[in-house]
Design a protein around this ligand. Structure first.
Ligand SMILES: Nc1ncnc2c1ncn2[C@@H]1O[C@H](COP(=O)(O)OP(=O)(O)OP(=O)(O)O)[C@@H](O)[C@H]1O
Ligand SMILES: [Mg+2]
Length: 208
């Protein structure tokens, strides 16, 4: 079983959107996927409750309590963890102990970048990361293609040795689909092809 943690101490950067989208993408590929909610707001579990019965199956897990971290049924091959905002280093460490891949969403603004870099500085000191036993993937979320903000973020992250793994556009569809317990990977229509394509570098990086 592999565990993909979506985390950033910055609130509202897109953790739940990324976790739910990854869960649908991997489930559509035939993986036995669980979505583990480690955030007390339980947004991922609420999203799952809205999910139509005939949509690709995703099993919900409640990891809001430390004692439940790592719990998963045997048949599950991939666990996606929706991490909490405002987490302590100890909590981040407990979650990272369970993770093989860590996806860090980041919005292209100076404030988000500074706060995310502090988070990355902290987690990069953890033994598991230092030893290369968990890989960090930074992705830009809510971007505008060809914007100056994205170009600046792209250059800055490359310079600091944390290049962007994927770039996800700011699109209303992410929130409207989420309101139905769905994602762009549940909609096989051409309308969402360009949306799905933006996730492919990340899907490749986490080993699909
Ligand atoms: N790429 C996107 N395009 C448009 N809206 C987005 C995108 N990503 C996220 N959002 C919207 O931004 C808001 C915050 O996203 P989300 O809930 O995924 O962040 P979060 O990091 O989980 O927040 P929290 O820290 O509260 O848990 C939501 O309303 C969501 O629909
Ligand atoms: Mg959330």
């Amino acid at each position: 079983m592999r565990t993909i943690l979506v985390a950033n101490r910055k609130g509202g950067c897109g953790k739940t959107t990324v976790a739910t989208t990854l869960a649908t993408a991997l489930s559509a590929q035939g993986h036995a996927v669980a979505l583990a909610d480690a955030d007390r707001q339980k947004s991922s579990l609420r999203w799952l409750a809205l999910r139509p019965k005939d949509a690709a199956k995703i099993t919900g897990l409640n990891w809001t309590k430390d004692k439940n971290l790592g719990d998963s049924p045997k048949r599950i091959d991939t666990v996606i963890v929706d991490g909490p905002g405002a987490m302590t280093t100890a909590h981040a460490e407990a979650l990272i102990r369970e993770a093989d891949e860590i996806v860090v969403p980041l919005q292209p603004s100076v404030f988000d970048t500074e706060s995310t870099e502090r988070f990355l500085d902290k987690i990069e000191t953890l033994k598991k990361i230092r030893k290369g036993k968990a890989t960090i993937h930074v992705i830009a979320n809510r971007i505008r293609l060809k914007s100056r903000a994205l170009a600046a973020l792209e250059a800055h992250m490359a310079e600091t040795g944390r290049p962007l793994m994927a770039r996800i556009s700011d699109r209303l569809a992410y929130s409207t689909l989420a309101g139905e317990g769905l994602s762009v990977f549940d909609k096989a229509t051409a309308e969402f092809t360009a949306y799905r394509n933006q996730w492919h570098p990340l899907l490749l990086a986490v080993g699909e």
